[in-house]
Design a protein around this ligand. Structure first.
Ligand code: SF4
Ligand code: SF4
Length: 106
């Protein structure tokens, strides 16, 4: 069975994604410079995640059908740490009218 995230993407279209400026490529990190904007001298934010409705500029596909992170290997730490099946995941899915995930997600 495919991983549930591959037919979801709801978290990438629900929350602001802020992270340290040091994760940007320009400062030696991995996040492509064009995909995030500075919030202040310490933080950057993925483009589109503070829009209403929000949708990360790096998200490809259609939420709830087929979705993928276009910068998966280079995504920032909040995305790496986000857990499928967590309360925040379920909240994002509910926001997009997707059923909650059942059981542990590996
Ligand atoms: S972590 Fe949860 S909300 Fe995010 S893509 Fe995976 S199943 Fe969807
Ligand atoms: S960088 Fe990738 S994983 Fe993170 S919010 Fe954007 S599309 Fe989702």
């Amino acid at each position: 069975m495919d991983h549930p995230c591959l037919s979801c993407g709801a978290c990438c279209a629900s929350f602001r994604v802020d992270f340290s400026v040091h994760e940007m490529q320009a400062l030696g990190g991995t996040v492509p410079d064009g995909l995030a904007l500075p919030v202040n001298e310490r933080l950057c934010r993925m483009r589109g995640t503070d829009h209403v409705p929000g949708r990360c500029a790096a998200l490809t596909g259609q939420v709830g059908l087929k979705a993928a992170c276009g910068i998966y290997e280079w995504r920032p730490s909040p995305c790496r740490e986000f857990e499928a099946g967590s309360p925040a995941c379920q909240q994002a899915r509910a926001r997009h009218r997707l059923a909650p995930l059942q059981g542990p997600v590996l």
